[in-house]
Design a protein around this ligand. Structure first.
Ligand SMILES: NC(=O)c1ccc[n+]([C@@H]2O[C@H](COP(=O)([O-])OP(=O)(O)OC[C@H]3O[C@@H](n4cnc5c(N)ncnc54)[C@H](OP(=O)(O)O)[C@@H]3O)[C@@H](O)[C@H]2O)c1
Length: 293
């Protein structure tokens, strides 16, 4: 398939370009410079020139705290940019896979969110991503919305890399223990997305590695898997004031993957182990820069 990827310099975008190319697809990975989703003329031109079968829309304004004070910019990218992508995909008859987030939920439910639970974001980032979902539903006739959570992997910056870096500099790390979610390894997410976009099983999917933990438990697991003895100390959210609220419990029920005959993502701890083992054995990044335009 011809697959266009937006946000191809991001941590998920880079993984997708790599993975989908290895699977034999013709991939056009577009950085922000090549395809700024806020610029309709550019979006339209690039999409008409490449004629994708599928667009995987991974570009986003992802700075959760800064979105509180840069709400217009976050809306322009996450909502209006997504509208451009949805319109362009529809114009050329492409399927659209929009990457969304567990942060569309407020975290108050206390049990895993299903695809039929009504989203109610508790921060600006979540509201703009939800607005993007709504444009997709309105404008695309063949779409998948893939909500994922707590993403980490080889590329870009993420919680795992931050913890490993801080562990070298400090003897003790304080990490919040009262926010629960599901870490997701980009390799596993890319594999799921590849299996999904081959199908015509359109709709909403929750796609995270199985199981859940707090950020504190996640940080402890990172230290254990990396063989580091840095102390991880649990704190509560109030001890770490941040501009954006986070959902206290954003675990998602991923059973729609299974129900559609696709393979669910493995447990988060096993995925973390593989990620850290890869870093130890192969070094950090192995991207073919020529694949990103
Ligand atoms: N990270 C998470 O924990 C998480 C959790 C749930 C869902 N998600 C979703 O997963 C997707 C991928 O996230 P990620 O972690 O890979 O984020 P990321 O590393 O921040 O990548 C996002 C990419 O989007 C690009 N971008 C920003 N504005 C753009 C614009 N106007 N036009 C085109 N590209 C633009 C960025 O380019 P620059 O580098 O030039 O800024 C960046 O390369 C996003 O849709 C995000 O909302 C992420």
């Amino acid at each position: 398939m011809n697959i266009l990827i937006t946000g191809a310099n991001g941590q998920l975008g880079l993984e997708l370009v790599n993975f989908l190319s290895q699977k034999g697809h013709v991939v056009l990975g577009c950085s922000r410079e090549r395809l700024d989703v806020t610029k309709w003329d550019q979006v339209s031109e690039v999409v008409w020139a490449f004629m994708p079968d599928v667009i995987v829309h991974a570009a986003a304004y992802t700075k959760v705290d800064e979105a509180e004070s840069h709400t217009d910019l976050a809306y322009e990218i996450n909502a209006l940019g997504t509208r451009h992508i949805a319109l362009a995909a529809e114009n050329v008859g492409a399927k659209l896979c929009y990457i969304s987030t567990d942060y569309v939920f407020d975290g108050l439910k206390g049990s895993p969110y299903g695809i039929n639970d009504i989203p109610y974001p508790c921060n600006a980032y979540g509201r703009t991503k939800l607005a993007g979902e709504k444009f997709v539903g309105l404008l695309s006739s063949r779409y998948y919305i893939v909500r994922t959570s707590w993403v980490y992997g080889r590329h870009g910056s993420n919680f795992v890399k931050t913890m490993l870096k801080l562990a070298k500099e400090r003897e003790e790390l304080q990490v919040v223990a009262d926010q629960i979610g599901s870490p997701t390894f980009t390799t596993d997410l890319a594999r799921f997305i590849e299996s999904l976009i081959r199908t015509d099983k359109f709709g909403v999917y929750h796609a995270s590695n199985a199981g859940s933990c707090s950020w504190y438990e996640f940080a402890k697991a990172i230290m254990e898997e990396a063989g580091l003895d840095t102390q991880v100390v649990p704190i509560v959210t109030e001890q770490l004031p941040r501009p954006a609220m986070r959902p206290a419990y954003s675990v998602m029920d991923c059973s729609s993957i299974r129900c559609n005959g696709l393979r669910e993502l493995r447990g988060w701890r096993e995925a973390l182990r593989e990620c850290i083992t890869q870093w130890k054995t192969t070094g950090k990044e192995s991207m073919e820069p020529s694949l990103i335009l």
